[in-house]
Structure formats: C-alpha cells, structure tokens
Write a protein that binds this ligand. Structure first.
Ligand SMILES: Cc1ncc(COP(=O)(O)O)c(C=O)c1O
Length: 399
C-alpha cells in the first residue's frame, strides 16, 4: 500500500525502514495524529465527569470509539467495550477478575508473557492450577489437545489468537466451540489479531477479547481494553481497579454496570481520540486488504531470503500467517543482525525472545530467539527488496 503519511518528518533519519510493527505500529496515519492534536489543543476535558460542552465532546469521542470497536468485532452493545491502557492491562483485568480459588485454567505454549505471567502468579500463590497445551513447530495448537486437558475444575481457557513471534493463527472458532460445549469461558489475547484479521466475537465463540490500540488498530500507546461478547455475563469478572467513574458519585461502592465497572480513573482520552481515527483508517482500508498486503510482503521476503541469503532459516512461516517473519542466519547472532540493520541501514526490527519464551521452544528457536520482521500497512515491496540486499551484504561481510 502506497501511503506517505508523513511528508515532512525531519526528526527521523533520511531513510528509515520500520519493520517493528508487531511491537507497535509506526508511522500512524495523519488522521490519528490530527485527532490527538485536536483533542489536546481544542478539547482537553475529562469525559463523563463534568456537564460542560467540552466534557460532552470528550464523552462523544469515547462513545464513538466504543461504537466503532463494537461494530468491528461483531458486538451489538457498545457498552460491552471497556477501555484500559493496553493488552497487558486488559488481560490482567480479565484473568485476575475472573478466576477464583481452586479454578483450573488451560492456556497454550504460544502465549505472550502478558498472559503467562499473571497466570503463573496466581498458580504460585496457590490460587489456581494451570495446564499448557503444546504447539507444533509451526506454532499451531490442536484444539483437541486443549480439550484433552479439561478437568472438572477447569473454568477458563486463554488463547493467544495470533503469535507475535511468527504470526501463526490459532483455530479460535473450534477452540471456542469446545469451550462452550464444556460450559467454559474463552478469553482471547487479540493483541496481534485486532486490525490484522477480521474478528467477529459471536461467530468465533469468543467470550472475552483483550485488544491493544497501538498495533493493528493504528492508535497510540496507552490504549486498549476488553470487549465482551453480547452473551457473556461480565459480572463474572470482579474489577481489580476501583475508584472514581464520574457516575453515581453518592455511592461509595464500585458501580456494577458497564463500562464504568471497569473504567475507574481518568481515561487516556487523547489516545482514544487517536484510536477512533485509527479504527476508521483500518475500516476504510479494509482489514482483508491490509492482511493481504502484509502477507504479500512476508511471502516475498521469505521466498527471496531462502534463495539469496545462505544460512537463512525461518521459524514456522506460512502464507496463512499474518505478516510476521521470524528468522536466523547461520553464523550470525540475532543481536548482530538487528544491530547492523538498525545502525548501518536504518532498518528497525526486534530480536530475541519477543516476550514469548515458550513459543520459541515450540518453534525451535530457544534460547537464541529470532530476528523478527513485523510488516505494517505502510511498508512496501521496495523496502522488502532493500532488506534482502542488506541482509545478503551483512551475511557476506561477517562470514
Ligand atoms: C500476543 C501479545 N499479547 C500481548 C501483548 C502486550 O500488548 P501491550 O504491550 O499492548 O500490553 C503483546 C505485545 O507485543 C503481544 O504481542
């Protein structure tokens, strides 16, 4: 896709190739930057608190973002969208608020530390027991392997929809079907699927979906939250954060209605103003078109790399994955590769374990980790060709 969102960005070096969209998308569409600036410059007020016209404007922005998210994810009631600050915050809210002493939880080897660590904390505190379904060398988990782990104490299944290591997509619909046939709740980590794949909570049998605003939805950092399926009883989750909501000020107990129950404290309203435009941008471009574009970049990169870079090894790349490629080059450490790409050639990417150590054990890249290229809507084929040229050079110079 041929976007030039920042025509004059003099703070950046002349040529930057940004392949770290999996960590956070960059650049942001102009409309996102404009919405943020407009909020900070012209609105500035706290939504849902005061009754003056600026506060009402701020409230409208937040409501519109809720409505856009609800529509995007197939939820009828916009109040089922609750804002937090990122996917980690949302996952902690859902995991720690849902689970009770004695519960058994099933998760997968493809989880990010944002899921594994809160679960491990609860396990270490003796509150829950935990089973982890294995993944194969492509990063795929068999739904039936999850089913085999169900016990009479199981209440929750937590699954990362799309791997942040190699873009592998889990069979969420089937996992959801299994979950519901056993009367269990399915919590999905959508950090790498929101904006990257079409997702409909009802059709995919997802009860609770944790999203982040700063990746595939093209908002800025500090935005994210939970989306509840219309059928899900949100009161099963006890909010771990309590405080001012602007509503029912006479009550000294936490409100039990949405979205206030989970939204104590002032929101990141400027961030949400940007996120609203990010979502509109993604809808306008079309999630499927963005996905296809990023998959084409990934596919070209892998095809050429296999042919032209000796010792190139990818980890579980498939044309069906979202546009993320994890790789190593024999004889070079991943930190050397990423360091040279950035310092000499202006190519930004991440190396190492990407906060998902178990995933690397499944993919066969533990403990070294990988160099990760995470493609975004603003990347081009020319950038992919340039990266190939550069990697060939790095490989030749260092061997
Ligand atoms: C799969 C996955 N889950 C959770 C997270 C955490 O997201 P955030 O940084 O928005 O909390 C990430 C971030 O990289 C991720 O890739």
């Amino acid at each position: 896709m041929n976007h030039q969102p920042h025509k004059d960005n003099s703070s950046l070096p002349k040529k930057v190739v940004y392949f770290d969209n999996t960590a956070t998308s960059f650049p942001k569409p102009d409309s996102v930057v404009e919405a943020l600036t407009n909020y900070v410059t012209n609105i500035g007020a706290n939504p849902g608190r005061s009754g003056h016209s600026l506060a009402i404007k701020a409230g409208e922005i937040v409501f519109n973002a809720r409505r856009e998210l609800a529509t995007m994810f197939g939820v009828k009631n916009p109040m089922k969208v609750v804002f937090g600050f990122n996917a980690t915050d949302a996952l902690n809210t859902a995991i720690k608020g849902f689970l009770r002493k004695g519960d058994h939880v099933i998760t997968t080897a493809m989880e990010h530390n944002s899921t594994i660590r809160p679960l491990k904390q609860l396990e270490e505190d003796g509150l829950i027991t935990l089973s982890i379904a294995e993944a194969d060398k492509y990063g795929k988990v068999k739904p039936e392997d999850i089913e085999k782990l169900i016990t009479d104490k199981t209440t929750l299944i937590v699954v990362n929809h799309v791997s942040n290591v190699n873009g592998a997509v889990q069979e969420i619909e089937s996992i959801g079907r299994i979950c519901h046939s056993h009367n269990l709740t399915l919590l999905v980590d959508g950090a790498q699927s929101a904006g990257y794949l079409p997702v409909n909570l009802k059709e995919a049998n997802i009860d609770i979906y944790a999203f982040t605003g700063h990746k595939g939805l093209y908002g800025t950092q500090g935005t994210g939250g939970l989306i509840f399926n219309d059928e899900f009883d949100y009161k099963k989750i006890k909010p771990f954060r309590a405080g001012g909501t602007g509503s029912r000020s006479a009550d000294i107990v936490q409100p039990d209605f949405l979205p206030d129950m989970f939204e104590s404290g002032t929101l990141n309203t400027g961030g949400i103003a940007g996120l609203l435009e990010g979502i509109r941008f993604v809808k306008n471009e079309g999630v499927e078109n963005i996905l296809k574009h990023e998959q084409q970049l990934a596919s070209r990169f892998v095809e050429k790399a296999i042919k032209e870079i000796s010792g190139f090894k990818h980890f579980g790349y498939s044309s069906e994955n979202v546009g993320i490629v994890s790789f190593q080059i024999d004889g070079l450490s991943v930190s050397e590769i990423a360091g040279e790409l950035s310092e000499k050639y202006g190519i930004m990417c991440r190396h190492g374990l990407h906060c998902a150590p178990l995933a690397h054990r499944s993919l066969g890249s533990f403990p070294e980790g990988t160099v990760r290229f995470g493609f975004g809507v603003f990347n081009s084929m020319e950038e992919v060709e340039f990266a190939i040229e550069v990697l060939v050079k790095i490989q030749k110079e260092n061997i």
